[in-house]
Design a protein around this ligand. Structure first.
Ligand SMILES: Nc1ncnc2c1ncn2[C@@H]1O[C@H](COP(=O)(O)OP(=O)(O)O)[C@@H](O)[C@H]1O
Ligand SMILES: [Mg+2]
Length: 165
């Protein structure tokens, strides 16, 4: 499970891990944007629906004995609990990797300049990120915290070591 605020660097870590481990990466943002493109109104609970859709796909992968990486903010405790329950049901090992960006200047610049390949997914504002950070629930799960100020390869190696423990 990859977790963290918008533009913290989650998808970068998720994709780098997916390449290194040759395993599927399931992104909640991709699923939610697809629902909107299909005409489902953002006023509908598409965020929750996207978490549930990714859970269903992840369950299938775990049932087949495959590893899977899920890329989602995972702010609310209910979201984190969803993955704990899934792992328990499938008797799968679960690791949380939280991505943070430890330098606000860098963070703000990345948010302003990144281009994502998720058609229809709007970019959050810096003020929106700050609001979410102020209310981001504290963690109860054991997790690895990665700072995306560091280089991608360094972070990939750190994450791989953690997953292999
Ligand atoms: N370790 C890193 N080094 C350099 N740039 C990074 C790093 N991690 C993320 N970025 C850049 O920061 C931006 C946000 O990263 P992204 O993975 O899209 O965040 P998230 O998935 O959390 O929204 C992207 O433009 C990405 O290329
Ligand atoms: Mg992302």
């Amino acid at each position: 499970m990859i977790a963290g605020l918008p533009a913290s660097g989650k998808s970068t870590v998720a994709d780098d891990l997916g390449r290194a481990l040759n395993c599927a990466v399931l992104g909640v943002d991709q699923v939610e944007a697809a629902m909107w493109r299909a005409g489902v109104s953002p006023a509908q609970p598409t965020h929750h629906a996207a978490y549930l859709a990714v859970e269903a796909l992840a369950a299938e992968q775990l049932m087949l004995g495959h590893d899977v990486i899920v890329d989602a903010v995972n702010g609310p405790e209910e979201a984190r609990a969803q993955w704990r329950d899934l792992a328990a049901r499938q008797a799968a090992g679960l690791r949380f990797v939280e991505v943070q960006c430890g330098d606000d200047e860098v963070y703000r610049g990345r948010l302003a300049h990144r281009t994502r390949h998720i058609e229809g997914m709007p970019e959050p504002t810096w003020e929106g990120v700050l609001r979410r950070r102020a209310t981001f629930p504290p963690w109860t799960d054991e997790r690895l915290v990665i700072d995306s100020v560091h280089g991608r390869d360094e972070n990939l190696q750190t994450a791989l070591r953690y997953l292999r423990q």
